[in-house]
Design a protein around this ligand. Structure first.
Ligand code: ATP
Ligand code: MG
Ligand code: ZN
Length: 507
């Protein structure tokens, strides 16, 4: 009998509908699989036949042909196990499923018939047509499917449970997705609090501005000055994610899951703070590779990509970040098409001013030769530095201050101010694709700065004196806009510009 089962495959972040066509007939027993399967799909027959045997059914002894269509799309991974198993069961007449055409199935099978989670379920759930289609997923993917409000889905622990539900007509197992419940909001993990950071008021202020406007930042200072510590405190002052942002980010993280990642997949409800090591390769940072997987830059979408020890990163790897920093996305081209990964992140970085680390230290002398210092600085290209709105030097704290352990302002207080400034921005960008001051276009940066003639003259003169590029000038306006938002002021004034100019310490 010929049967067609609906399923999906991933192409980057996109979910593409796939039909698994199974034709089983009497004749010389055999099994043919066509339609560009990768190795995982090719091997699925062994898993599927053994899983089917575990529920007491037999589908061997037939002449079976399986076609995965569309034939020109490369099918990868193990998510086609479940549709293949159901396809074999119905086409050999072992089971009968009423209204088979309304189900869309994905899931990996283990030899004993258990359903294992697959990646990209959120993408699949989002692209499912709203025509009464029902998505069938492994239990561990249920939370993810339930994020798409109104979606009809069924989740099952094993092939047996899935078969029982489908044979009985499905209705007993159908659930309707409720969307993101507030109780899913998870807590920040072990993020240090700014109240335990002694002194460093200037750095805290700079990070508050960065968080308020989603600006890129760079911290430069002596070893042990507290750069890494301050950056690690940052997640504690970032605003809560909106529902839309949770969906966007979870979708990317879901596609990035690796085979074998077990356990329930929870939505990403806390802004990502990704800290790739400086030995990271191009593929791991911007994505691609044979799996067309997202890189750290995409995993940091709606959050922070923090590059500690910036000059130690491979220069070409850093240059590859210029595209997403400007566009908010990364495109990876393949013969089969182009995959576009969203990658709108705040880039943070930390570095020493020179190889020995003490070039800016008030107490210790730098022992580097001028040439070595120059080479070290040159590891960071001008265009990259130009994209960093907030550049601050981190002076070492006076050791005397550490003894009394005076408490600073807590992260939650700073966060409240950041959130207020974000509310102002949300109102400003209503109806536009922008979410923060850092994202706006140059023309908008000028318009929303709403400077008086005099203030503008000051801005131009200052930019001229500091040899800012055109991009640098508009970035200056954006940071000033954020500073004015934190003050709760509609117009950018000279004092905002003067502060913003101080954050252009290195270019
Ligand atoms: N202002 C501070 N208040 C409290 N503790 C601090 C402060 N500055 C530094 N420390 C302590 O010093 C440790 C080292 O700081 P951190 O790792 O942030 O230095 P760094 O500037 O990143 O140095 P490097 O350039 O070597 O990476 C921190 O873990 C923290 O315990
Ligand atoms: Mg450090
Ligand atoms: Zn030095």
């Amino acid at each position: 009998m010929f049967k067609r089962i609906r399923s999906y495959c991933l192409f980057g972040i996109k979910a593409v509908p796939v039909s698994v066509e199974v034709d089983s007939s009497q004749g010389l027993p055999g099994f043919t699989l066509v339609g560009l399967p990768d190795n995982a799909v090719r091997e699925s027959r062994e898993r599927v036949v053994s899983a089917i045997r575990s529920i007491g059914k037999v589908v061997t002894g037939f002449r079976t042909t399986v076609n995965l269509s569309p034939a020109d799309l490369r099918k990868e991974g193990s998510a086609l196990d479940l549709p293949l198993a159901i396809g074999l069961l119905v086409s050999t007449g072992e089971i009968e499923v009423p209204k088979l055409e309304r189900y869309v199935l994905v899931g990996e099978l283990s030899l004993d018939g258990l359903l294992k989670p697959v990646r990209g379920v959120l993408s699949i759930a989002m692209s499912l047509p709203k025509d009464g289609s029902i998505l069938v997923v492994p239990r561990a993917n249920a939370r993810e499917a339930s994020l798409v409000e109104g979606l009809n889905f069924i989740c099952a622990e094993s092939l047996k449970e899935c078969v029982d539900i489908l044979v009985s007509g499905g209705d007993s197992g159908i659930r309707i997705a409720t969307g993101l419940c507030r109780d899913m909001q998870s807590e920040l993990g072990d993020v240090p609090d700014f109240e335990n950071v002694v002194g460093m008021e200037g750095v805290k202020r700079a990070l508050e501005i960065a968080a308020a406007g989603a600006h890129n930042f760079l911290l430069v200072g002596s070893p042990g000055a507290g750069k890494t510590l301050c950056a690690r405190c940052l997640p504690g002052i970032l605003p809560e994610m909106t529902e839309q942002e949770v969906l966007e980010t979870t979708r990317i993280h879901s596609c990035a899951r690796r085979a074998g990642d077990s356990g329930d997949f929870n939505p990403v409800t806390v802004r990502p703070f990704r800290t790739p090591h400086h030995s990271a390769s191009m593929v791991s940072l911007v994505g691609g590779g044979s799996r067309l997987a997202p890189g750290e830059a995409s995993l940091a979408h709606n959050g922070v990509l923090f590059l500690d020890e910036l000059p130690e990163f491979n220069r070409s790897v850093l240059e590859a970040l210029r595209e997403p920093m400007e566009e908010g996305s990364i495109s990876v081209s393949r013969a089969s098409g182009t995959v576009v990964w969203p990658a709108r992140f705040m880039m943070g970085a930390a570095m020493n001013p020179c190889p020995c680390g003490f070039a800016m230290d008030p107490k210790r002398a730098c022992t580097c030769l001028p040439d070595a210092r120059k080479r070290y600085r040159e590891k960071i290209s001008g265009p990259l530095l130009d994209r960093i709105d907030i550049q601050v030097s981190v002076p070492p704290v006076d050791t005397k201050m550490l003894s009394g352990n005076p408490r600073g302002e807590s992260s939650s207080k700073i966060r409240a101010r950041v959130c207020r400034a974000r509310d102002v921005q949300r109102a400003r960008f209503e109806g536009t694709p922008f979410k923060s001051n850092a994202e706006m276009t140059s023309e908008k940066a000028y318009r929303f700065a709403a400077m008086s003639r005099e203030t503008e003259r000051f801005a131009i003169a200052a930019a001229d004196k500091m040899n800012l590029s055109a991009r640098g000038y508009y970035r200056l306006l954006k940071v000033s806009r954020t500073i004015a938002d934190l003050r709760g002021c509609g117009n950018v004034e000279v004092e905002d510009l003067s502060e913003a100019l101080r954050y252009r310490a290195f270019c």
